[in-house]
Design a binder for this molecule. Structure first.
Ligand code: 5GP
Ligand code: SF4
Ligand code: MG
Length: 465
């Protein structure tokens, strides 16, 4: 998901809508905005679909006045049951004795089922099926006198991955979990401030990047400035390495590194680790593009657009059902026949999850007359599900959970298939010595099976580490 908040500007909701539009790649199912205005109090709007199709209408935006607003774009992940309902769309809102508060959450709470059971037994009335709603109910039960402190109380009981943007009548609040699994950055716009999942959303509103919120840090922002507190026991950070590979936009800066440059470097590493003689290097657009550029630069094999992407399709992976996803590949990607015929082609993609994309593309490209097809993948084999906010399927559906690299190659019927090594990936994100096996610098659980936070709800449901 994507989260964004602004304080200290006229009509903050308009800025939030723009920010969410720039974060649309993080969630395409639905979006919501809450604003606060001194006269009109809190207002909110939640809609299915793209930000640009909803939060551009003047009649809707007029209902979201005030200098303070937050918003959320949703993509449902592992914990969610069935299709998104409008009641699951964030931000969530609660009234407390000291006033209202709204929260928007990116990540996934790994003990949400246990918390929900406990809260319901003690009288909480849940409105949604979302794990994030626990935070509001935990806040309601806290005995603290002000909302930021209630949030600290609530978040100390929550396990897993959370970047949160919240607001009261006067404050904009941002928090990252102690491991800092999901991103969150602080920006300055005129006399106001903003919080965003990624820096690309600061650019769209002309805000200046100030810094990242630290793992385990909470910032409370008012017209007077930014106050920082550390509510959690300090831990070694474990940022999601897959944000660098796929999830974030290539024009964002993560941990001081250009996402584009990291992806290009992954391609360079891949070309060194798994060279192959061929005529063309083609990306599977858009997610494979920077790595394909790096692969071409390092190998000297010409880069070409062998697959053309229909720009009117979103991220297919994010379509929740298998059938739509199957169709999705053809709706989104087509082979550039004139270019491919008779050529030995290297295809570069960011990841193989179920193998749906690679299988379809291989069929399409052979059908167009390619002489050879070589896959090079910009991440290690995805052998484990993510429980921290990226929607990977159950373990059984992951190609790499049951097959070796060679078996996957035979299954996909391609001439060769190679994935970047975990160490190669770490080198590409700037860890020159590779992955530190005794203290990994990132979360890489979907590749390594080493989960930095025990996925306790899933273990209860029978998931085995
Ligand atoms: P597959 O078709 O193998 O199931 O999925 C791989 C494709 O899904 C890749 O092209 C990748 O760009 C895309 N993708 C989109 N969202 C995600 C995600 O959340 N996780 C992963 N691993 N891949 C994703
Ligand atoms: Fe990121 Fe993978 Fe860890 Fe999930 S399991 S947080 S996708 S690195
Ligand atoms: Mg892709």
């Amino acid at each position: 998901c994507g989260i964004f908040g602004v304080v200290g500007v006229t009509d903050a909701a308009n800025f939030v809508a723009l920010g969410l539009h720039a974060l649309q790649h993080r969630g395409q199912e639905a979006g919501g905005i809450v604003s606060h205005d001194a006269e009109q109090g809190f207002n909110s709007a939640r809609r299915f679909g793209y930000v640009r199709d909803n939060f551009t209408s003047q009649s809707l935006m007029k209902t979201l006045p005030g200098p303070l607003a937050i918003g959320h774009v949703r993509y449902s992940t592992a914990g969610s049951k069935g299709p998104t309902q409008i009641r699951d769309v964030q931000p969530f809102f609660g009234e407390f004795s000291m006033g209202g508060a709204a929260i928007a959450h990116n990540g996934n709470i790994t003990n949400a089922d246990a918390l929900r059971r406990e809260l319901i037994e003690r009288g909480s009335i849940f409105q949604s099926s979302s794990d994030s709603e626990c935070i509001i109910h935990l806040m309601a039960r806290s005995l603290q006198r002000n909302i930021p402190e209630r949030m600290e109380d609530a978040l100390r009981r929550v396990e897993g991955a959370f970047s949160v943007v919240a607001m009261t009548r006067t404050k904009l609040i941002g928090v990252r979990d102690p491991l800092g699994v999901r991103p969150l950055v602080l920006g300055k716009i005129g006399d106001g401030w903003c919080l965003s999942s990624e820096t690309c959303a600061l650019d769209i509103i002309g805000a200046e990047f100030v810094r990242e919120i630290d793992p385990g840090e909470m910032v409370v922002i008012t017209a007077d400035g930014v106050e920082s507190v550390r509510p959690f026991r300090p831990r070694k950070p474990r940022f999601c390495i897959f944000e660098h590979v796929y999830f974030s936009r290539p024009d964002s800066i993560l941990g001081g590194r250009s996402v584009y440059e990291t992806r290009r470097q992954i391609g360079v590493e891949l070309a060194r680790e798994a060279p192959v003689d061929a005529d063309l290097v083609c990306p599977v657009p858009d997610s494979g593009t920077p790595a394909a550029i790096g692969f071409s630069q390092e190998s000297g094999i010409p880069y070409a657009m062998g697959i053309i992407r229909n720009q009117y399709m979103g991220r297919t992976f994010i379509e929740p059902t298998e059938q739509i996803r199957n169709m999705g590949v053809r709706l989104k990607l087509n082979v550039n026949r004139a270019l491919i015929k008779g050529k030995r082609v290297i295809l570069v993609d960011d990841s193989v999850v179920r193998g749906t994309t690679s299988r379809k593309i291989k069929e399409m490209i052979l059908d167009a007359g390619a002489a050879e097809v070589h896959f090079r993948i910009a991440s290690p084999p995805t052998a484990w599900p993510c429980f921290y906010g990226v929607d990977t399927p159950q373990r059984e559906k992951l190609l790499a959970a049951t097959m070796s690299e060679d078996e996957m190659r035979d299954h996909l019927q391609v001439d060769s298939l190679r994935f970047i090594s975990l160490d190669g990936l770490y080198r590409a994100v700037g860890e020159d010595k590779g992955r530190n096996p005794s203290q990994p610098q990132y979360c890489d659980a979907c590749f390594s099976g080493e989960y930095p936070v025990e996925p306790s709800d899933m273990i209860e449901k029978g998931f085995r580490l």
